[in-house]
Ligand binder design. Sequence first.
Ligand SMILES: *[C@@H]1O[C@H](CO)[C@@H](O)[C@H](O)[C@H]1NC(C)=O
Length: 293
Amino acid sequence: MKLLKFLGAALFVPATSAAQLEPVSDYGGTATQVGMNVYIPDTVTDYPALVVVVHSCGSSAEQYFSNSAVPWAKGSDGKGYITIWPSSPNSGGCWDVSSTQSLTRDGGGDSTAIANMITYALATYGADPERVYVTGGSSGAMMSNVLAATYPDLIKAVSLYSGVPAGCFVSSSGAVAAWNNTCSGGQSIATPEQWANVVLDMYPGYDGPRPKMQIWHGSADRTLYPQNYEEKIKQWTAVFGVDQTPTNVQENTPEQSYTTSDYGENVQGIYAEGTGHSVLPHLEESEAWFGLV
Ligand SMILES: *[C@@H]1O[C@H](CO)[C@@H](O)[C@H](O)[C@H]1NC(C)=O
């Protein structure tokens, strides 16, 4: 600012935004050491929406934020919503989607930590509790499913890229952030009712509203095999009590080789033929799913 005055503000209009990703040290009451970061754009709307952006394995909030393929800071600048960027405390940077703690409502795992960030952000930044959204890729997509199952009352909609069903990565020994080859290889196959029960059991007794689920996956995924797409569709259609046959199918939407299938109003699958792991975030379609206009 001093430099600007010195040079004369009229001559020097900064082209870039001043807003930055900021760490938040004490968002409260967490058992795990999940890092919280917030991005508040220069121009925030009144009563802003909140989007939680959950990174993939081997990444961090900072790396994901500065990844040019991850468009959420741009979306935040464009539409004036706040983004929250959690950072995994686990070795390898994956999210804990395997332990009982994280797969249980208020179990004290990574999912509870992220829910605490949402609660903190609503109180601290005056965000709109009716407009809280979650997105993520790969391990972040797995966590998005787990958050939808454990904190359905906090989240209005989810858009997840290349994950697995909620509970699919469960560890039989209860290990934290364990890899699960059966699930990643697409061999965890269950009925829609069984998958729905996995979700219901994460927050027993809850029968309020649940987030709308938009599920992206690539047909050539060899990290989280594409069978996981079918299993996720089974899971969330059964949770919403709708049929596994789509109510509407659009070929080559939102782009060539992508097929968008609606299962009523609350579940949408977007299958990318020929795309591997992981499908790149599509800002416009995710924002539209969230109703961010
Ligand atoms: C992997 O996940 C499946 C469910 O998807 C579970 O039945 C199995 O026990 C898990 N494997 C290990 C080694 O924990």
